[in-house]
Design a protein around this ligand. Structure first.
Ligand SMILES: *[C@@H]1O[C@H](CO)[C@@H](O)[C@H](O)[C@H]1NC(C)=O
Ligand SMILES: *[C@@H]1O[C@H](CO)[C@@H](O)[C@H](O)[C@H]1NC(C)=O
Length: 213
């Protein structure tokens, strides 16, 4: 009896410690613009929070840079790093995975983040303070429908599925392993840029990238 209890206790401990751990995904973490991976000389990884005004401010610049260079010169990888004090960021990031799955190979996650950043006024924590979690999902379902045509039942169903919850959590945890503490933060070829990069415009990025090509 004692032995059984011991085994049960050990099993429970093992379960407890493995359940919350980071897992190795079947492909690299983050969304890649134009889906062309591992071919470019320069990889910019951008750690953005979906309801962070500074992330929103830099986003159009990142898209312009990604479109300016060829795919063998530059790859833009977006990590959605959902800061815990931004109430809606995690569900918005999860929706990015849902919609990317719903319409693959169309930069859907990037298009979704454009929609979100353009509507930040109604999506930041303060704006939804009086709304329930379910009402927030309804709001996201409307935006998702406008962008991709997904119906609200399918959207809700996918939003409650661990298939999408897992990757949204993993991307945040991955950022933690890299020491990401604020947004936006950037790496170029895996090395972090200083905080001044958060204020760079298209011209600054081009000067910097051209100096590396
Ligand atoms: C892909 O995105 C474009 C907008 O960039 C949109 O017009 C088009 O309908 C999308 N394709 C699909 C299959 O949703
Ligand atoms: C979901 O979509 C249906 C049909 O488009 C609509 O009648 C319903 O009001 C929507 N539900 C919510 C919660 O938005």
């Amino acid at each position: 009896m004692i032995q059984h209890l011991l085994v049960a206790a050990i099993l429970m401990l093992t379960w407890e410690t493995t359940d919350g751990q980071i897992y190795v995904p079947s492909r690299r973490v983050g969304f890649v613009f134009d889906q062309i991976e591992n071919k470019a000389d320069i990889e910019i990884a951008a750690y953005l929070d979906p309801t962070c005004p500074d992330s929103a401010a830099v986003y159009p610049t990142l898209l312009e840079i990604a479109q300016h260079y060829s795919s063998d010169q530059l790859e833009l990888r977006m990590h959605l790093h959902n800061l815990p004090y931004h109430r809606n960021s995690h569900v918005i990031a999860k929706a990015a995975h849902v919609l990317e799955n719903f319409v693959p190979y169309n930069n859907t996650a990037f298009q979704w983040m454009s929609v979100v950043f353009n509507n930040l006024r109604s999506l930041h924590s303060g704006a939804t303070a009086g709304k329930t979690d379910s009402q927030v999902i309804d709001r996201l379902a409307d935006f998702a429908n406008d962008l991709t045509g997904i119906d609200n039942i399918s959207f809700r169903h996918m939003m409650s599925h661990y298939f999408f919850e897992g990757p949204a959590r993993l991307d945040f945890k991955y950022g933690c392993t890299r020491g990401v503490h604020s947004t936006p933060m950037f790496t170029v070829n895996d090395v972090f840029l200083g905080p001044e990069a958060g204020a760079w415009g298209v011209r600054d990025w081009k000067v910097y990238i051209n100096s590396k090509l």
